[in-house]
Ligand binder design. Structure first.
Ligand SMILES: [Zn+2]
Length: 438
């Protein structure tokens, strides 16, 4: 029973007897009024397309989370109405916050106390995760239930060990689509935004890291599920380095917006070098077109390892093979969303096992590698939105001593996104300077 607090199950009517009303609540799965709306994902159910015999309807939008039909109910365990009990929560994080981080961290706590949700607009490498720890601690200490979520699995995997380290005495559950760990009730949960569909009014605090990332951004199902998973009295904290205008518009009246332009180490963001590369698209085809890329890789390798972003898997594979031929001793790899050993490769890059790692946009955010420079080959390709470019540039010089990390945008057309990304990085650097000069 305890395990089902805030968890929602799809239960066929004939099985409802197993969930007594004294312990469980339930609600309609699909509203059969004029709206015909699925209560798990918020999508409209098509009366013709989604009809089964005997006036039963199903939702096709969220069926990957388990079949849902109108002759089922969404069942969840009652959460006690009584006030939360305060408890002792060990905060075992050993780091310290910089002065700027402390200011933001205190502000986040204050907003939470005052029941105000917050959008934290913090530049890449500002140590967003550390800044949310005190608010997590506060919420847990007040007997609250906390979820840290992100649209990206990689981000969740990266967050997990850091949160566990900061709250060593807590049970922390990591949930995502392919995770093998069985669901159980915990006060602290880390999961992908997809997992929100399995919760109902469960959390007092939901922190969404990389709120602007695919697939959450522009996805009404995930946005609906997130709001459903929050208790009516709960608060949200959105974290992003690159908030889309639409999001800023959406939260401007209801959220506090905090800006943090300073990186953890207080050095400015690395401003991209935009370099013309006429035939970058053929760089993997012949040594003639490859030369320019290869020369730059060798130049960057003198100071750092190199992470190369490619706009497509096919292009990346060709370029990887050609590069591997040049490195007799190995140390050149590639990784994409199709890669089964992707997590292992990311870990190896963290351990600095590769000299050059090729990647699609999957590594554009959420990961920290030390001592790297970055090349975006084909920065004018449409997959590289302004946000993606700002995020990618933000991979460089995140921690450790300054190692002359560089950001190269190879392009054969200076798109609006390239220009906006460069402008945004510059303007955050100016704001940071103003903070430091204060
Ligand atoms: Zn649905």
């Amino acid at each position: 029973m305890e395990d089902l607090k805030g968890r929602q199950l799809v239960v066929p009517l004939q099985h409802l007897v197993a969930y007594p009303e004294t312990l469980f609540e339930s609600r309609e799965s699909i509203l059969l009024d004029k709206d015909f709306r699925c209560q798990r994902c918020g999508s409209t159910v098509d009366k013709k397309e989604n009809a089964l015999p005997r006036q039963v309807f199903f939702c096709s939008e969220c069926q990957e989370f388990g079949k849902i039909t109108s002759d089922c109910r969404l069942v969840y365990a009652k959460v006690s109405e009584e006030k939360h009990s305060f408890r002792e929560v060990a905060f075992t994080w050993v780091g310290t916050l910089t002065e700027t981080q402390s200011i933001i961290a205190r502000q986040l706590q204050k907003n939470y106390q005052q029941k105000t949700s917050t959008l934290l607009w913090a530049v890449t490498g500002s140590g967003k995760t550390e800044m949310i720890f005190p608010t997590i601690h506060l919420a847990l200490s007040q007997g609250g239930r906390v979820c840290v979520t992100s649209p990206r699995i990689d981000v969740c995997r990266e967050l997990y060990p850091r949160v566990v380290e900061a709250f060593q005495a807590e049970q922390v559950l990591l949930l995502y689509g392919e995770s093998t760990e069985k669901y159980r009730y915990t006060d602290l949960t880390i999961c992908t935004t997809h997992q929100m569909l399995h919760f109902y009014q469960a959390f007092d605090l939901i922190i969404v890291d990389e709120i602007d990332a695919f697939p959450y951004e522009g996805n009404p199902v995930l946005q609906f599920a997130l709001k459903n998973a929050l208790k009516p009295s709960g608060q949200l904290i959105y974290l992003t380095a690159t908030p889309p205008n639409q999001l800023l518009e959406e939260v401007k009246d209801s959220f506090a917006i905090e800006k943090s332009p300073l990186r953890f180490h207080q050095r400015p963001l690395i401003e991209p070098e935009c370099l013309w590369y006429n035939h970058w698209g053929k760089a993997g085809d012949t040594s003639f077109y490859f030369k320019k890329f290869y020369r730059k890789v060798l130049e960057l390798l003198k100071d750092n390892h190199v992470l190369v972003f490619c706009p497509s898997i096919a292009f990346m594979e060709k370029l990887t093979r050609r590069t591997q031929k040049q490195f007799a001793l190995g140390g050149v790899e590639s990784v994409s969303s199709m890669d089964e050993v992707r997590a292992e490769k990311v870990q190896k890059m963290r351990e600095q096992a590769y000299q050059v790692l090729f990647s699609t946009t999957i590594l554009e955010r959420g990961v920290t590698f030390e001592n790297i420079s970055v090349i975006v080959i084909g920065a004018n390709h449409p997959v590289y939105t302004k946000s993606a470019l700002v995020q990618i540039a933000g991979r460089v010089d995140r921690k450790g001593a300054f190692r002359r990390g560089r950001v190269i945008f190879f392009h054969n057309q200076k798109t609006r996104d390239i220009r906006q990304a460069c402008r945004e990085i510059k303007s955050m650097n100016q704001l940071a300077k103003a903070w430091l000069d204060e």
